[in-house]
Design a protein around this ligand. Structure first.
Ligand code: FES
Length: 149
């Protein structure tokens, strides 16, 4: 049985299919290229953490938290106050870890070292670790960007 009226001819259907495929193919290259050229800024102005997750920390110890898409590290000082850092190396953005036995922050990418206050002391890092401001409000720790001085 043959239909009298068809909405699409076979040629129109194949052209539409080919055009859709070409558009998807092009988008699969353009989207990553545009994301590379214009990376999203995902760094928050502040994060709020439950104090209960950090109150049992020993003085001198460090615990990780998420600073947006970057790692953050919260260190408890000997006097019980807290100090926070963006745990990203100031050389080429590798993640930094804290070595409690050495009381130093370490970047394994190019053997970069920071002292326990985040000051760059060895290897290629050109600047100290970025510090964040820590305030306790009730049962919350409010971590905020430090204003540029
Ligand atoms: S990225 Fe950390 S020392 Fe190079």
């Amino acid at each position: 049985m043959k239909l009298k009226h068809s909405f699409f001819t076979r040629r129109q259907f194949l052209n539409g299919l080919l055009g859709g495929w070409a558009g998807a193919f092009l988008a699969s290259f353009l989207y990553p290229a545009l994301k590379f050229c214009f990376p999203p800024t995902r760094e928050p102005d502040q994060v709020v953490l439950p104090f209960s997750d950090f109150e049992d920390m020993e003085p001198g110890s460090v615990r990780n938290f998420s600073w947006g898409t970057k790692p953050g590290m919260l260190k408890k000082r000997a006097d019980g106050s807290y100090q926070a850092f963006v745990a990203v190396c100031t050389h080429l953005d590798c993640n930094v870890v804290y070595l409690p036995d050495k009381k130093k922050f370490f970047c394994a990418c190019h053997d970069g070292w920071y002292d326990e206050n985040g000051v760059n002391i060895g290897g290629p890092p050109p600047n100290p670790l970025r510090q964040l401001t820590v305030n306790r409000e009730g049962e919350e720790l409010i971590i905020t960007k430090k204003s540029v001085e």
